[in-house]
Design a protein around this ligand. Structure first.
Ligand SMILES: [Zn+2]
Ligand SMILES: [Zn+2]
Length: 445
């Protein structure tokens, strides 16, 4: 190696080493308000962006359905091993829970979901899904990459953390209720607060949106089998027609929200499945219908469930059919509404405004979509937000759950920095609050 090469090597090492060794203690030297911008700049460094993009693409190529995320979970554990982050596994089949910081209280959790959908990817690109009939069409591949990016940021600044950050990689968000199983496994037992981020297509890159209180609806699925008596389509008098009965059932179900629910309490019933008959001249023995119902209030949800069952059974009876209704097809649990804690929402507003500017922090409208983050936010104070990724210069983005779903990878550093900032600042704030409380207590004594 020539002298000039030695010199460039020494310069390169000099540039490289201080960045990582100095990072220990950096957060203590800057104002809390500057942490989000510091993390965002850090997350936008090419090496961190490349790291997250490559993880996201690997997961995108190999999508796995709920409770089957074995390879995704393996990849996460390999990365945590590499970063020197201690973790628990398995939790709820494929879940992983990592810990960064001093190992003591307070504990704050940040969460990603790992599962894909049973959709065939229709978009042609270099890292298209390699698994027939499965696709990451809800951005959960990006959620994992962002949480690992945050893990890297936090681990490099672990000596500055005023407590412990808990990384939650959960299985089966899409219907399986993986979050509920994580709660049952006790992952939140000592945790004081939890934050979750989703990447929808409808907000611009560099913006976030959320709201205090109910953000997403409670969700249930139902399935009904309506039994009649099949026979020749031209001799209906010898049959009991379940197609007609099912049609009337569907019409009657549509009257539940319009005629029985409080117009100011948003609710929804959708029949999305109708299976019956296979040819033109045969009346089938039975018809299966199914769908989903949503509500924000517990009372509204419970009443809808009860009325769906009554309407299906009684309306089918009008046409002399018998009907049975079930509410947990494939074992999927009801999801409660996702409700954001007031204090955590204020914390989110502060952190997001410090990172992106107040004008880029939007008030989200509640949506009838559902999230199993609700189980986490039901167990302890929680906060869920949307992180924008729309960039008009790249054309419109298809909505989530579309076979044409496309993720704007520019969102990854924003997600990593937001996760890391929400957690770091939460610990800092808790520390300051406990200090002032103990001081006040002291003064009172
Ligand atoms: Zn989804
Ligand atoms: Zn999702």
């Amino acid at each position: 190696m020539g002298f000039s090469k030695w010199v460039s090597l020494v310069i390169a090492l000099h540039l490289f080493i201080p960045e990582f060794s100095n990072s220990e203690g950096v957060l203590s030297q800057i104002e809390g308000g500057q942490i989000p911008v510091y993390f965002l700049d850090y997350a936008k460094k090419p090496e961190l962006v490349d790291y997250m993009v490559s993880i996201r693409r690997k997961i995108h190529e190999n999508p796995e359905l709920g409770f089957e995320e074995f390879e995704t979970s393996k990849l996460i554990r390999a990365e945590l091993d590499h970063l020197g982050i201690h973790y628990k596994y398995p939790v709820a089949v494929t879940g992983v829970v990592g810990y960064i910081g001093n190992g003591g209280p307070p504990f704050v959790a940040i969460r990603a979901d790992m599962d894909a959908l049973a959709i065939e990817e229709a978009l042609e690109w270099e890292h298209k899904s390699k698994v027939h009939g499965k696709m990451h069409a809800c951005g959960h591949d990006a959620h994992v990459a962002m949480l690992l990016g945050a893990a890297k940021l936090l681990q490099e600044h672990r000596h500055d953390l005023k407590g412990t950050v808990v990384l939650i990689f959960q299985p089966a968000e899409e219907g399986g209720g993986g979050a509920r199983k994580m709660v049952e496994a006790g992952v939140l037992d000592k945790v004081d607060a939890i934050f979750g981020i989703h990447v929808p297509a409808r907000y611009h890159i560099g913006t976030v949106a959320s709201r205090y209180g109910s953000l997403l609806a409670g969700k249930g699925f139902f399935e009904a089998v309506i039994n009649g008596k099949g026979g020749h389509a031209a001799i209906p008098q010898h049959t009991i027609d379940p197609i007609l009965a099912a049609s009337n059932v569907i019409i009657s179900l549509q009257h539940l929200v319009s005629r029985e629910a409080d117009p100011l309490d948003s609710q929804l019933v959708t029949v999305a499945k109708f299976e019956g008959g296979g040819t033109f001249n045969v009346i089938p023995d039975s018809v299966a219908i199914g769908g989903t119902f949503r509500a924000f209030s517990k009372e509204g949800f419970v009443l809808l469930k009860q009325r769906i069952e009554e309407v299906v059974v009684k309306q089918a009876g009008v046409q002399r059919c018998n009907a049975t209704v079930s509410f947990h097809p494939n074992g999927s649990p009801f999801y409660p509404p996702t409700v954001n804690d007031r204090g955590l929402h204020e914390h989110f507003l502060d952190v997001a405004a410090d990172m992106l500017g107040t004008q880029n922090v939007k008030e989200a409208q509640p949506v009838m979509g559902a999230e199993d983050f609700s189980f986490l936010a039901e167990a302890i104070p929680g906060h869920f937000c949307f992180l924008g990724m729309k960039n008009e210069t790249q054309g419109p983005l298809a909505s989530s759950h579309s076979p044409f779903y496309k993720l704007n990878e520019e969102v990854l550093p924003y997600g990593a920095a937001l996760h890391a900032s929400l957690a770091t600042r939460y610990l800092l704030k808790s520390k300051l609050e406990s200090k002032s409380t103990s001081q006040a207590f002291h003064e009172e004594l």
